[in-house]
Design a protein around this ligand. Structure first.
Ligand SMILES: O=C(O)/C=C(\CC(=O)C(=O)O)C(=O)O
Length: 304
């Protein structure tokens, strides 16, 4: 099938630089996606955007170029609950990729087992209104209760203003809960202001809650952009991510978010995004936890 990209779509950055920051051995890119290719794995009819293709081979080439050892491939909403592209990538990775799926309540136990065998270790619940239609909470809770016995976790994606309303649902989840992109704080507000304090409280009060300290390129208001060799990109995001890394060093993950769906302003150089990491995880010990120990515990526990 032929797909036409959403108007204004920014394609991922070709020819990223080599990071100056040397990733620790065994580092995991714990948040990235594959898109199609649409001709092989069609985009879902209910999608809210149509991306450019971003294949598994291109993802694996980026992994090797940046110096990561493994990937966690998160189902993107443009594929709906059709997990074939993500599953195909996990299977083709030779054990170097695990996945996070989107499922509906109609999924069978056998299908869950098949996803597990392919390397899936979590489901994603998306509450960002521009990306998905509403799914009733009783359906999500039912799914969470079914995946819990598999040892899977739930990844949640929401915006900071929606946390109060979603709090009771999130704290009722029976599994480890991983928040995408720190719950999308408004970084023009103070890092110790009420909005981000609520997120910190969410993590402090609930020891099963983890956070990805990813996506500075999505959260930044002032930049500068990770382009043209910039070594101090997205400075306004640093205090937020650094605070989470330092308060919860054993419950943080990092990922590139390649191929960076829906960015409107610019497409970052992924090599420079890796150079952002030592600004938020400032010691070798914190870097080791963020990039190796934590993702391994969550996605490859049998190897730890
Ligand atoms: O890639 C991300 O994590 C963020 C996304 C896209 C997304 O989540 C999806 O399509 O599933 C966004 O903010 O548009």
């Amino acid at each position: 099938m032929e797909f036409e990209k959403t108007p204004g779509w920014l394609d991922w950055y070709a020819g990223p630089s080599k990071p100056r920051f040397k990733l620790p051995a065994g580092a995991v890119d714990a948040h990235c996606h594959v898109f199609g290719p649409g001709a092989e794995f069609p985009y879902a009819p209910e999608r809210k955007y149509t991306p450019c293709d971003a294949s598994k081979a291109q993802l694996f080439a980026l992994r090797d170029h940046l110096g990561f050892a493994r990937n966690v491939i998160v189902q993107a909403t443009c594929h709906g609950a059709d997990n074939r592209a993500m599953v195909d990538a996990c299977k083709a990775s030779g054990g170097k990729a695990r996945g996070v799926a989107t499922v509906r309540r109609t999924i069978t136990d056998q299908e869950l087992q098949d996803l597990h065998a392919a390397g899936v270790r979590g489901v994603r619940f998306n509450f960002v209104k521009r990306l998905v239609d509403f799914t009733p909470k009783d359906e999500l809770l039912e799914i969470a209760n079914r995946i819990a016995p598999l040892g899977w976790h739930v990844v949640i994606y929401f915006e900071a203003v929606d946390l109060p309303e979603l709090w009771d649902f999130f704290t009722a989840l029976p599994t480890t809960v991983v928040v995408d992109h720190m719950g999308r704080p408004d970084v023009s507000k103070p890092v110790d202001g009420p909005e981000f304090e609520l997120f910190v409280k969410f993590m402090r009060d609930n020891p099963n809650v983890w956070s990805k300290v990813s996506c500075p390129e999505r959260l930044s208001v002032t930049g500068p952009k990770a382009l043209n060799g910039e070594q101090a990109a997205y400075r306004d995001v640093v205090p937020f991510a650094k605070r989470i890394v330092e308060e919860f060093p054993d419950r943080v993950l990092w990922g590139t978010d390649w191929p960076h769906p829906n960015l409107k302003d610019h497409m970052p150089d992924d090599g420079l995004l890796v150079d952002f990491i030592p600004h938020i995880a400032v010691t070798a010990e914190l870097q080791q936890k963020l990039l190796v120990d934590n993702p391994m515990r969550l996605y490859w526990p049998e190897e730890v």
